[in-house]
Design a protein around this ligand. Sequence first.
Ligand code: 8IG
Length: 273
Amino acid sequence: MTAQQSPSDPSAALAARAAAVLREAAGLDSVDLAVVLGSGWTQAADLIGTTVASVAAEQLPGFHVSGVPGHSGRVTVVRSAAGQTVLVIGARTHLYQGLGVDAVTHGVRAAAALGAHAVVLTNGCGGIDPALAPGTPVLIADHINLTGESALRGPRFIDCTEVYSARLRSLAREVAPELPEGVYAQFRGPQYETPAEVRMARTLGADLVGMSTALEAVAARAEGLEVLGLSLVTNLAAGVSATPLSHAEVMEAGRSAAPVITKLLADIVGKIA
Ligand code: 8IG
């Protein structure tokens, strides 16, 4: 039992309660891995496998409805063609909702409590490099956490040299050899960046800007999970192109890329042994 899993830790107890509800709903003791669906990726559950159980976020301790159009608000257990059981989380809590970091990291901790050994974190994001056109999926190689928050509480000095598993990235490249890699900068949001903030992120070494994933990835590593990060560039970051950003544009890019990226995700998931 790790420090965070101690029964006296209320956030661990909440994750354990969510895991218990899912265990009961699916009639399973554990899952093999988990997938968190971000903007643009939500239709993937159907392609990953056949549904064993599907629970609305409202029925699951610690989960919240995101209120973001394009998120399903459901947590589903599916069985893949390869025989894996996969927890598909379509109810992500974002830091900008103001519910605190423990709510943001709850999904991956619930997945860990259910026995998942790996998590695939997906998101929609802005592209800083103009070569990363909207509709391009990108493997996250590393991140920069610009939220000012940590995923962790207490003296948990975990190593972050390889948050995003090199093993899982090379599995992903077996499916799609041309997948580019990039560094993801997490901002708190919900406002998109100013052009000056995008220039700052570029100067710091970021290729992608978003509002999720980095905190979840660190929480997942603290729970001992292997992490794969997959971003869909849905828009050029502010100031990279002359046109202002709109959520409608983001949604449209997600919709048109959906068939390709959901297949990509399902194929990658099927490879994670
Ligand atoms: I979708 O341009 C999506 N999410 N921070 N910036 C940030 N988050 C995003 C963006 C973006 N696009």
